[in-house]
Design a protein around this ligand. Structure first.
Ligand code: HEC
Length: 327
C-alpha cells in the first residue's frame, strides 16, 4: 500500500530521500535506511535552522513585549474626563413587584402613585402623553376619573363670536401641564426645566431604580468635600451630584385613600411605579399576550417536531443495500 502510494504521481515531488525511505521501509528491505536518511536530514539542515528559528522567536517575543510595554506606557492609564461622581451613583436594584416575566403592575400602588403625582409632582412636572381616559380601569373607575378631569378647565371650541370659553375637563382630555410653556417653567424654577415625566422611566438609565433612588437619595447635608453650586441640591444619583429639584417627599405629605402610611419611601415607590405605567401603559397586556404566544408557539413547535420525526422515520431508518450484478 505505502509502496503504491509512494510511487504514485502524488508523492513524486516529495524529496527523494524521504520518498525512498518510505518505500524502503515498506518493502522491509532495510529498516535502518529510512531512519538514517531522517537523521542525516536533521544533522545536515535541521540543526542550524532550529537555532536560527529560536533566535528569531526570542527577538520577536522581546520586541512584542517591548512594544506592548511602550504602548501601555503611552496609553495604558488614560486620564478620565468624567469621574464616578460626574456619572452619578449607580442605583441599587430593587425588587419591583412588576419585575418578573409574568408579573403585572401592582395597581393599588399605581393608584397611590397617581395621588402622589397629582399632589406633589404636578406642581412642576407635566405628564403630557397621559390622557384621563387611560387611567380608567388602571388606577380609577370611569366615574372617579371623570370627576378628576372636571377639576381642571380646558379651552372649548370657539363659539359663534369666535371667543374661546373655558369648559370642565373630559375623559378625552390630556392631563394639563403646570406651566403654559418652557419659559414659564424655567422662570419658576431658577432656570432649570422640570422634564415631562411621561417617559422618564424609559428615558433614564436605571429606570425605576434610578427615579426611586433619586427621590429618596437626598442626604440632610452633602458629604464633606462635595461641592454643590448655589441653587442646586446635593443628590449623589444625579449625574454631577447637584440637581435643581430640591427634596420633595417627606413623611405624611399626602393622604392615601386606602390607609397606607405615606412614608417618603412609600410615596417614592408608588409614584415611580405610576410613572413606569405612564411610560409603558401596554406593560400588563404585553406580558399577558407574551405568555399566550409562548404557550401557543411552544405547542406548535412540539407538534411540528413530532410531525417531522413521523415523516422522516421511513427515510431515517431505511437501509440501502448494494447488490452487485452477477457477472
Ligand atoms: C418644585 C418643583 C418640583 C417638584 C414639586 C418636583 N420636581 Fe422633579 N424636577 C424639578 C426640576 C426643576 C428638575 C430639573 C432638575 C435639573 O435639571 O437639575 C426636576 C427633575 C426631575 C427628574 C429628572 C432627573 C434627571 O435625571 O434628569 C425626575 C425623574 C423628577 N424630577 C421626578 C419628580 C417626581 C417623581 C416628583 C414628585 C414626587 C417631582 N419630581 C417633583 C422640579 C420639581
Amino acid at each position: 500500500m505505502v509502496n503504491r502510494l509512494s510511487s504514485s504521481p502524488l508523492l513524486k515531488r516529495v524529496s527523494s530521500t524521504i520518498a525512498r525511505g518510505f518505500s524502503n521501509s515498506a518493502v522491509k528491505e532495510s529498516g535502518s535506511e529510512w531512519s538514517n536518511a531522517l537523521s542525516i536530514d536533521r544533522a545536515n539542515v535541521g540543526h542550524s535552522k532550529v537555532s536560527r528559528n529560536t533566535r528569531a522567536a526570542i527577538v520577536a517575543t522581546v520586541a512584542t513585549g517591548g512594544l506592548a510595554a511602550w504602548y501601555a506606557h503611552l496609553y495604558g492609564n488614560p486620564i478620565k474626563a468624567v469621574t464616578v461622581a460626574e456619572h452619578g451613583l449607580h442605583p441599587a436594584s430593587y425588587p419591583w413587584p412588576h419585575n418578573g416575566w409574568l408579573d403585572t403592575f401592582d395597581h393599588a400602588s399605581l393608584r397611590r402613585g397617581f395621588t402622589v403625582y397629582k399632589e406633589v409632582c404636578a406642581a412642576c412636572h407635566s405628564l403630557n402623553l397621559v390622557a384621563w381616559r387611560t387611567l380608567v380601569g388602571v388606577t380609577h373607575t370611569a366615574d372617579e376619573v371623570r370627576a378628576l378631569a372636571e377639576e381642571y378647565e380646558y379651552d372649548s371650541e370657539p363659539n359663534d363670536e369666535g371667543e374661546i370659553e373655558k369648559r370642565p375637563g373630559k375623559l378625552s382630555d390630556y392631563i394639563p401641564p403646570p406651566y403654559p410653556n418652557e419659559q414659564a417653567a424655567r422662570a419658576a424654577n431658577q432656570g432649570a426645566l422640570p422634564p415631562d415625566l411621561s417617559l422618564i422611566i424609559k428615558a433614564r438609565h436605571g429606570g425605576c431604580d434610578y427615579v426611586f433612588s433619586l427621590l429618596t437619595g437626598y442626604p440632610d447635608d452633602p458629604p464633606a468635600g462635595a461641592v454643590v453650586a448655589s441653587g442646586l441640591n446635593y443628590n449623589p444619583y444625579f449625574p454631577g451630584g447637584g440637581i435643581a429639584m430640591a427634596r420633595v417627599l417627606f413623611d405624611g405629605l399626602v393622604d392615601y385613600d386606602d390607609g397606607t402610611p405615606a412614608t417618603a419611601s412609600q410615596m417614592a415607590k408608588d409614584v415611580t411605579s405610576f410613572l413606569n405605567w405612564a411610560a409603558e401603559p401596554e406593560h400588563d397586556e404585553r406580558k399577558k399576550i407574551g405568555l399566550k404566544v409562548l404557550i401557543i408557539t411552544g405547542t406548535l413547535w412540539a407538534i411540528s417536531l413530532w410531525v417531522k420525526r413521523f415523516k422522516w422515520t421511513p427515510i431515517k431508518t431505511r437501509k440501502i443495500l448494494y447488490k452487485p450484478p452477477k457477472v
